[in-house]
Design a protein around this ligand. Structure first.
Ligand code: PLP
Length: 480
């Protein structure tokens, strides 16, 4: 039998003992556990490679793909490109990385405290009252938020069926709304790229459960009528949900709770420095106003004096939305970033993101159409519509940028801009980098005039040239 380990915990109530299963594996010879035919009698022939050769092999592999440690990654709507190395170091501390989700609360007080304190900090930053740290991504936060909306209305005996969403919204918004069982109703942006409060009125009725707005919106513009919009929706008995993926532009400047938001998700991987996409997993905490607290998913991390615990006894909760408590290692990195920046640093991050975006926009305005011009927030959207007459599409410009050593911006989103190029430099890029990027786009513009075929044939410098995207989508080969 395996040995077991007993751990004692001292607290005010006295001494408690926990018995942990031991991880010691009994040492047995291979002959005792494997069938004879499977046992290797001679050493395998492994390649003999020197340390420099192996290091070069992996370094060269790492640069076959573009990544943030190579150069600018101006993807719009994806926000942060900064993943501080210290965040990784802290998340890898053994006291965190070796935690087991089934450990008793008494042994994970530090982890619970970190989760609790990060949650309270997010409430402070957003001007909200309560939080769940469980959702595993922005889209998961949206779905959780819509389930809260449903629970809130049902608790009041009201059966509402519709959720309003502006036409500039991220694709996950209508998807989350529909998965939660609501009908997504599109509202048109006005000529300024914003929701028009007066035209919103015509959509309001007793059927409307909520509005889901992104602020700043996906055109990189602040919804200037947000207070009026929130007031109108509230007067009609609906709730106001904010997709907070763009919170990076608001940190320390304005708070959703102050402009009438009832529920919002945050993307820790977009606003609080934790890795994105393939570098994930993500985390999409949901902050709420007090009226929504009873419905938050279980467990919630609560605090009593100096003790932290998982709270399950909330009868109106929507229940569980994830195993255990979400992606804890992501919370560690976000906590680390918040402490590293402090209140002043977070505001500075938002201001730098806005200044960088406006600087780059000012350099690109002459060469590209700007469908919704003006002062932007953390990102802006250009249109490549005028390049179509030379036979060049936005996708070609994106591919050509790779030859200049940059990752392409987001293209063809938001859907309301034809041939969209959505550019988001973020706060950590230097003026020199922004200048180089603007210069590359300037050169591509000159190529479109002089030799459009060259742009249409790009990229020339990448290990894989153009792929057949339609076929890749139809005949998925996951083994390759
Ligand atoms: C990224 C994004 C989302 C979805 O977030 P995920 O974490 O990728 O699920 C939703 N809305 C907007 C505006 C976004 O930029």
């Amino acid at each position: 039998m395996r040995s077991r380990k007993t751990i004692f915990e001292e607290s005010r109530e006295g001494r408690r003992a926990y018995t942990l299963p031991s991880l010691d594996v009994p040492a047995a010879s291979p002959d005792a556990v494997l069938p004879p035919g499977l046992i290797r009698r001679e050493a395998p022939e492994l390649p003999e490679v020197s340390e420099p050769d192996i290091a070069r092999h992996f370094v060269n592999l790492s640069v076959l793909n573009h990544h943030v440690d190579r150069d600018l990654y101006p993807l719009g709507s994806c926000t942060m490109k900064y993943n501080p190395k210290v965040g990784e170091d802290v998340a890898n501390l053994r006291g965190f990385s070796e935690l087991h989700p089934l450990l008793p609360e008494g042994l994970v007080q530090g982890a619970l405290r970190l989760t609790y304190e990060l949650g309270r900090t997010l409430c402070e930053i957003t001007g909200m009252d309560d939080v769940t740290m469980v959702p595993a991504a922005g889209a998961h936060g949206e779905l959780t938020g819509m389930l809260l909306v449903r629970a809130y209305h049902e608790d009041r005996g009201s059966r509402r069926t519709k959720v309003l969403i502006p036409d500039s919204s991220h694709g996950t918004n209508p998807a989350s709304v529909e998965i939660a069982g609501y009908e997504a109703v599109e509202i048109r942006s006005d000529s300024r790229g914003r929701i028009d409060a007066d035209s919103l009125k015509s959509h309001l009725s007793e059927d409307v459960a909520a509005i889901m707005v992104t602020n700043p919106n996906t055109l990189g513009l602040f919804e200037t009528e947000i207070c009026k919009i929130a007031g109108l929706v509230h007067d009609a008995g609906g709730l106001v949900y904010m997709d907070g993926a763009n919170m990076n532009a608001l940190l320390g400047i304005s708070r959703p709770g102050d402009f009438g938001i009832d529920i919002a998700h945050l993307n820790l991987h977009k606003t609080f420095s934790t890795p994105h996409g393939g570098g994930g997993p993500g985390s999409g905490p949901l902050v709420v106003k007090e009226e929504l607290t009873p419905y938050l998913p279980v467990p919630v991390v609560g605090r009593e004096g100096d003790t932290y615990r998982f709270v399950y006894d909330t009868p109106k909760s929507i229940g569980r939305i994830h195993t255990f408590y979400g992606n804890f290692s992501v919370l560690i990195k976000a906590y680390c970033y918040v402490l590293m920046c402090g209140a002043h640093g977070l505001r500075e991050a938002a201001e730098s993101a806005i200044i960088n975006a406006n600087y780059l926009l000012s350099k690109l305005r002459d060469g590209f159409m700007v469908p919704y011009d003006g002062v932007c927030k953390h990102e802006f959207v250009l249109s490549g519509k005028d390049k179509l007459k030379a036979g060049v599409r936005t996708a070609d410009i994106a591919k050509r940028l790779m030859d200049y050593g940059f990752h392409p911006p987001t293209v063809y989103f938001p859907l309301i801009v034809e041939e969209a190029l959505m550019i988001e430099p973020t706060e950590t890029e230097s003026r020199e980098t922004l200048d180089r990027f603007a210069e590359a786009l300037g050169r591509i513009n000159a190529e479109i005039e002089a030799d459009p075929e060259k742009v249409k044939g790009a990229p020339y410098s990448t290990p894989v040239r153009r792929v057949d995207e339609a076929m890749a989508a139809r005949k998925i080969d996951v083994a390759e």
